[in-house]
Design a binder for this molecule. Sequence first.
Ligand code: NAD
Length: 245
Amino acid sequence: MSNLKYDFTGKTVIVTGAARGIGLELGRFFQEAGANTYLVDFDGDEVEKAAADIGARGMRADVGNTEDVNAVVEAAATETGRVDIVVNNAGILRDTVLWKMTDEDWEAVLNVHAGGTFRFTRAAVPHFRAQNFGRVINVTSYTGLRGNTGQANYATAKAGIIGFTKTAAKELARFGVTVNAISPNAATRMVASIPEEKMAELSAQIPMGRFAEPSEMAAAIGFLASEEAGYITGVVLPVDGGISM
Ligand SMILES: NC(=O)c1ccc[n+]([C@@H]2O[C@H](COP(=O)([O-])OP(=O)(O)OC[C@H]3O[C@@H](n4cnc5c(N)ncnc54)[C@H](O)[C@@H]3O)[C@@H](O)[C@H]2O)c1
């Protein structure tokens, strides 16, 4: 639960990968700040439960599927008359060293992270243009800049998201749209599979000495999504306790 006070009343927000983890906390944050919030996830049962808990709208959609993505954006636009903020957060891992990585491992990770980010942003553009306003916040990782053993697919996808963020920022600036990214480091299911010893070792490398709670991502997201941040675009903001320094 966040004590941050932002007001997103009247804004329509879509958060992908929102059944749990960072996405759910971001959805909670926007809903508490007054937005019409759409939680989107591949895991339909879980996202509907999560959305019901916080009073948001939950929709099952695969960010890897163009029809699913367009249906979410159209539903949000039809039901609320707007699409203001898109947070591209959905993610998967298929970790293994590159010589054991299958085409499926490679394509699945690129299609969800980079492909999903592209699809949702593309679908929102007509609405952003009509409103002369929009905010896109993508979720990347410092793995995209530094690489990480076992994550050739993930590192490539996350680096790609940085290139996409900057390109979209350039293309959409003329329509009053900003496109930025955050680079998180939070204790979620995605890091839960890391053994305890390794977690202790990793935490010791973080200047802040710990992983963030997923809710701590809201500070950066709320700021980048606000009307007041309208002159900030193409930025990758680390929210990582200093690990990427
Ligand atoms: N946790 C971290 O420290 C960390 C660090 C760097 C980047 N990230 C990024 O943050 C984002 C959220 O990560 P998290 O740790 O909360 O992970 P998580 O696994 O807890 O949540 C990811 C969510 O995305 C959903 N999802 C997966 N594939 C999907 C698809 N095709 N369509 C729709 N939804 C789909 C999953 O069902 C899940 O609910 C990811 O993009 C991840 O790469 C996380």
